[in-house]
Structure formats: structure tokens, C-alpha cells
Design a protein around this ligand. Sequence first.
Ligand SMILES: NC(=O)c1ccc[n+]([C@@H]2O[C@H](COP(=O)([O-])OP(=O)(O)OC[C@H]3O[C@@H](n4cnc5c(N)ncnc54)[C@H](O)[C@@H]3O)[C@@H](O)[C@H]2O)c1
Ligand SMILES: C[N+](C)(C)CC=O
Length: 485
Amino acid sequence: MFVNGKWIGAESGETREIINPFNQETVAIVPEAGREDTQKAIQAARAAFDNGEWPHTPATERGKKLFEVAALIEQNNEELAKLETLDTGKTLVESRADMEDIAGVFRYYAGLADKDGGETIDPPMPDATSQVVREPVGVCGMITPWNYPLLQASWKLAPALAAGCTLVIKPSEITPLTTLKIAELMEEVGFPTGVVNVVTGPGATVGAELAESNQVDLVSFTGGIETGRKVMQAASGNMKKIALELGGKNPNIVFADGDFETTVDYAMNAVYFHAGQVCSAGARLIIEESLHDKFVDELVKRVKKIRLGNGMDESTQIGPLTSAEHRAKVEGYIQVGQEEGAKLLIGGKRPEGPEFEKGFFLEPTIFDGCDARMRIVQEETFGPILTIETFKTEEEAIALANDSVYGLAGAVWTQNMNRAQRVSRSLRMGTVWINDFHPYFPQAPWGGYKQSGIGRELGKTGLEEYTEQKHIFKNLNPQPMGWFN
Ligand SMILES: NC(=O)c1ccc[n+]([C@@H]2O[C@H](COP(=O)([O-])OP(=O)(O)OC[C@H]3O[C@@H](n4cnc5c(N)ncnc54)[C@H](O)[C@@H]3O)[C@@H](O)[C@H]2O)c1
Ligand SMILES: C[N+](C)(C)CC=O
């Protein structure tokens, strides 16, 4: 782990084996930290914030460091991508694309670091000035999930550092490798001691300590809704700021006038990309009734041909799920779907063959004949499971799509742009795609309505999350008030 500028083990000496989900081989052994290790890292970040130079370093200089990080990520793209694939099972092609995105995130916040010089207000009284400035929020605790380990970390690290914060980051205990590697790259760039700290270990101890600690000013969490609830409760002790990026159950609404070929192609990509382990996966197909039969026939034909395999193999389209525990959870949902009376059209089991024996594979699955009250429609299965519902009218499509505790993302497919606009404005979601699925980029904010989260990452808002606003009022001609004369 990287704490206070040093590479250290856990004080207890405990370690954890990191497993390749394709073959269960051990790819690394990392420290298994506990609360004491976390407290030390928080103290280092606290000292670097309260007494160190980083929060007062000119924003342009902070930006320069982030440009250097971006360059190092690009230079190390292949190594980082391989580590990500070994850790998560996602395909190498995806991991390489993630690394390009991540370099882009650092570059975006590097450029944004010195763009907000504050605001001068015209005060409603004479002989006074009024200024609003932004200052770093302080020590940040960051907790990240296993599905996009370094990407989700970069959405926190880059804006926090641009703002002048110091931090302790805890990657998912099962996928820490790229977060450790980026700490190495940051050490090479040379941030002041204690500004960046990485602690590897479980959520119940390391994560909980970050959320609870009175020495932490903000906790930024990406993960599941139930863990998010715990983080929110734990953060209330010192009223620390919170940013929560939680799950989604994202509707993909297809009207009959959408381009058939493109819509079928994207419907598959929406749900099966990264084996469905994507917060914004289009796991809920809501299709106009008149198109249903033709669309679903074609979908099933194509899903049969999806190539599962080792993420390291460039011809693989879907790798294994990231852990045995997670596969068991997704399999549980397949059973739930069958018990609820949904019609299993394809998949629903582990693939057969020697190449799949050791990996945590699951076949791409489709449930037809679903309705909005089913658990497989309402709950985030976070696996390769597509549920299908039908609608007859635009109003019905909107009502179905909004019938969810989540509000992360959704898409609408139609060639009628007036309808596309109406539907997109009616969806209670942080992101709506029209005739597309999945795009996200550093310039646009990302986050959820309803129980999909609090706050936004990316975009200008993603930087503002790591700042406090201060109003500085100056009386240019102070005179006695005489109120108590
Ligand atoms: N909205 C987004 O942008 C986004 C992006 C990626 C993933 N996600 C969500 O993440 C989830 C999948 O990731 P996961 O299974 O790693 O989530 P998770 O909630 O199980 O774990 C996330 C992180 O929280 C830690 N944690 C666990 N218990 C904790 C506790 N009591 N206190 C503090 N931290 C704790 C874990 O160790 C891990 O680092 C899905 O729900 C997915 O939708 C959301
Ligand atoms: C936010 N995103 C889409 C990169 C990953 C969600 O799991």
C-alpha cells in the first residue's frame, strides 16, 4: 500500500490473494489492511492538507502534475490494461479503452484546474466588495467498486487533486492492482508526501473507517445501493460531505420506427458489454409491442453467437464475471426470474467446455414476458441478464421506464425527434441517450436521480464536488453602527 509516501504492508501482516477470474490463478498478493492502517493513512492526508503545500499550490501547477499523470497513463496503457483484465476478467480491448478514457479524465481536470478564478459580486450596499472563491474541501476518502476499478478511481482522483485536496483511496478488495499502479505513477510525478494514499482492504473495516472518521471531510463512494446507505449513515457522524454513485436498472426504450439493424445491435451491447457488470447496463428492454416478435427473434439468434472466453484473447466478446460470489448472486436472479414466471429464451446457465471450467462464466440470458413488478425487472442483477417488457403508447413506455427506485441512465430509440425529445425530458434519470447507449466522457456530468446516487462526477460539477465555496465580504469604509447607543 502507499501511505505517507512509503510502500508498506498491513500492520497485522495480513495479505490477500488476488485471483484471475478466468482461471482462478493468483496474480498478486496485496496487504489486507485494517482500521489502524486506514487511520494512519488518514492522518498522513490530514497533515498534508493542514500543514502541507498542496492546497496552496497554484492551480496551474496542480494542473501540470495532472497532465504528467495523463501522459504516464498513456505510456503505461498496455501494462495498466493487462492488470485490469487480470483483475476483473473484462476483455483487454475494453481495458485499453478504459485506460484511454482515464488519461482523458486526468487531462480534462488538468485543464480545468485553473479555470474557475471565483466570482465578484456587486454587493447591495455602497463601499464594499464581495468575492466568492472556491477552496479545496479537505481530506477525501474514496471508495471504489470492482467493475471499473481505475476508471471509477480516476473520476475521483483527478478532480480532487485538481481542487487541491488530499486523499485516501480504497479500491475494491478484489481488484486493487491498477489503483496501486497509478499510485506508483503518481509517485513518479512527485506529489507532496501524504497527498495521495492507497489502502487495500475490506469495505467493512477500511471503507467503514473512511466513511466514519472525523478526520475526513468528504467521502466519495461508488458501489451498490445498500453499501451506499451504510456509507451515508457512517458519514453523518461529522456531517462530512458525501458523493454517492450507486447502481441502476436502466431502461432501453425501443419504438417500432427505430433503425432495426442498429437498434438490435445496440440492445445487445447495452446489456452484455462487460458481461452486464456496468452500472448503466441496459438490462431492461422496453419495446413497442408491434416490433416485439421480430426484434426478439433476431436478438436471440445473435446472442447465441456471442463469444465468451479469456479476456486476454482479442477475439473474446465477453469475459467471465469478476468473482465466484458475484456469479452466484447473478445465478440467484436467474432462478428468481424463473420462479416469477418470466420466460427464459436463452442462456440461464454456465457455458460448457474445458475452456470455461475454471472461470466464473455465465451465458448471456434473456427473459421475455416480464412485467414491472418482477424482482428481475426492479433489482440490479449486475450480470448478463436482459428482461423484456412491451408497451403500446409513448405514455406507457415512459411510465414503465420511470417505475424504478433507480434513476441512473436510459435510452430511447426512434426516428421521430419530437418524440425522442419528449421522452428524454420525461425520464427521471441522470443520463438519457437518444439513438445510442453507453457514451460517457469527462466533459459531461455523470450521476443518478432517485436512489442511484447523490451528486455528480465528471464535468465542471465533478470538480466543484471537491470544493467549498467561500464568500469574502470587504467593507471599504467601516464606521460605527451605533445600534447599542
Ligand atoms: N453509478 C456509477 O457510476 C457506478 C459505477 C460503477 C459501479 N457502480 C455500482 O457498483 C456496484 C458494484 O460494485 P461492488 O459490488 O464493488 O459494490 P459494493 O457496494 O459491494 O462495494 C463497493 C466498495 O465499497 C466497499 N464497501 C463495502 N462495504 C462497505 C462499508 N460498510 N463501508 C464502506 N465501504 C464499504 C467495498 O469494499 C468496495 O470497495 C453496482 O451496484 C454498480 O451499479 C455504480
Ligand atoms: C460509469 N461507468 C459506465 C463507467 C461504469 C459503471 O459501472
